[in-house]
Design a protein around this ligand. Structure first.
Ligand code: SAJ
Length: 432
């Protein structure tokens, strides 16, 4: 039924799925706007850096076997049996609406090159009703074909995570949203070649809501943990002890409070869901969850100010070091990282600052110091924003010897408060 597959968007989602279909024997062509990425792939080099088990080697293999190649030309869609669209769908919080330029452009170009009988699948995360209101009308207008009759249309939201790109494609269950029964059957026929988990057929709108709701769920769970952390701070008790004992209770899974919620999923998916429901309903809790999580970097700034005040150092005469720029531990991904707001606040204090992160190479053009000892020996205050292993492995005794000052602000429960105090540090942590 399927032989030729086209994947539009050679990014975190498109590349692994293209490689997987090529690996199992399909002839796959990846379309990307930017020439450099196309050239990298055709030179059998993986554009995704960071630790992605198997991916670089597999990409090299399937490209050399001629099972995967890349192009900028949408004309290749004419011969495709299935076309997957996996382009970015960022959310503009100021305007409170998704930025669909990439999606609409890709759908338009696919429409112009769509042949009768082709299966078109959107893998990008989209606001509920986007399939009905945006994707279907553009495809039908540009192709002159009728969705559900002359071509098949569905959405199968991705569940990829940096560091586990191939693993998640193979092992995570997925909602398969199709415009009609025949489409759903064809989608499952296609995906069962690469997904070893369950494929749940449903309609397009349900699949759109599932994807945004599963991340909104996590965002609200984290916001709950952050709210309890603020309460524990006021009580002067340890939220991590509270969390541990709460989770001893059946059916409880209190998440981790911290310096904030970053990444390419959680900060936007509650907004996509909110945008999708429009004026039919006001999702107060989703919005409050976003507000609480976005406020955590400012809680960190309050802790920094309080710590410096306690040791009698004027903020504008202090040196504050931000430890961890990536949004997630052991990652180089800085998208929506809490470190951006924390750095802005430190600058507004007039403080000198160092930035440290073992993985991140670029952060708004700021200088990133890789020598952690150099950072520590010049710091009045160190601020843990990301729980990289290198911070978890720091010994308090060594820190005491090396550090210029003695203020520790802990945004990820990396240090033991009692141990810090016993070694003469002024310690403040989220929820501790
Ligand atoms: N975070 C907390 N407390 C927690 C968990 C996370 O503050 O208890 C923070 C992290 O520090 C990070 C942000 O939230 O800044 C997001 O962390 P995440 O673990 O959710 O990682 P993401 O953003 O890569 O989430 C993705 C999501 N997957 C997809 O959208 C396909 C999410 O649904 C997955 O649960 C997550 O990966 C995962 O754990 O695999």
């Amino acid at each position: 039924m399927f032989k030729n597959i086209v994947v539009v968007g050679m990014g975190y989602v498109g590349i692994p799925v293209a490689v997987e279909f090529a690996r199992v024997g399909f002839d796959v062509i990846g379309i990307n706007r930017s020439r450099p990425k196309v050239d990298m792939i055709n030179n059998a080099e993986c554009p995704i850096k960071g630790n992605e088990p198997e991916l670089p080697e597999l990409l090299t293999k399937v490209v050399k076997e001629g099972k995967l190649k890349a192009t900028q030309e949408f004309s290749v869609c004419k011969d495709a049996d299935a076309i997957l669209i996996a382009v970015q769908t960022p959310f503009n919080v100021e305007e409170m609406k998704p930025k669909y330029e990439s999606l609409e452009s890709a759908v338009r170009d696919v429409g112009r090159n769509l042949s009768n009988g082709t299966l078109v699948i959107i893998e990008s995360t989209i606001a509920p009703t986007t399939m009905e209101k945006v994707v279907k009308p553009i495809l039908e207008k540009e192709s002159g074909l009728k969705a559900g009759e002359e071509f098949y249309l569905g959405n199968c939201p991705e569940r990829v995570t940096p560091g586990k790109l191939l693993k998640n494609i193979r092992e995570l269950n997925r909602a398969v949203g199709g415009i009609n029964e025949q489409t759903r059957e064809r989608m499952i026929e296609l995906y069962k070649h690469i997904v070893k988990a369950e494929l749940y057929p449903t309609n397009c709108l349900t699949a759109e809501v599932v994807k945004t709701a599963e991340n909104a769920y996590r965002d609200v769970q984290i916001a709950f943990a952050n709210e309890i952390a603020m309460i524990c701070s006021k009580f002067g008790i340890d939220v991590f002890e509270v969390r541990e004992l709460v989770n001893k209770c059946p059916y409880r899974d209190m998440h981790l409070p911290g310096a904030g919620v970053g990444g390419h999923c959680l900060p936007k998916d509650s907004w996509l869901l909110t945008y999708g429901i429009g004026d039919k309903y006001d999702p107060k809790m989703l919005k409050l969850g976003r507000e609480i999580n976005d406020n955590m970097p400012f809680q960190m700034l309050e802790l920094i100010e309080a710590g410096l005040t306690e040791v009698g150092i004027d903020k504008d005469k202090s040196t504050v070091s931000i430890m961890g720029l990536a949004y997630l531990e052991e990652s180089d991904d800085i998208r929506n990282s809490p470190a951006f707001s924390i750095l802005d606040g430190v600058k507004k204090m007039g403080a000198r600052y160092y930035l440290h992160d073992p993985f991140v190479e670029e952060f708004n053009g700021e200088e990133i110091t890789k020598d952690i000892d150099e950072v520590i020996k010049n710091s009045d205050c160190i601020v843990i924003v990301t729980a990289h292993d290198v911070y978890r492995q720091m010994k308090i005794g060594e820190l005491k010897e090396k550090m210029k000052g003695n203020v520790i602000i802990d945004g990820r429960n990396v240090f033991n408060k009692t141990e810090c105090k016993e070694n003469g540090f002024i310690y403040r942590g989220i929820g501790k």
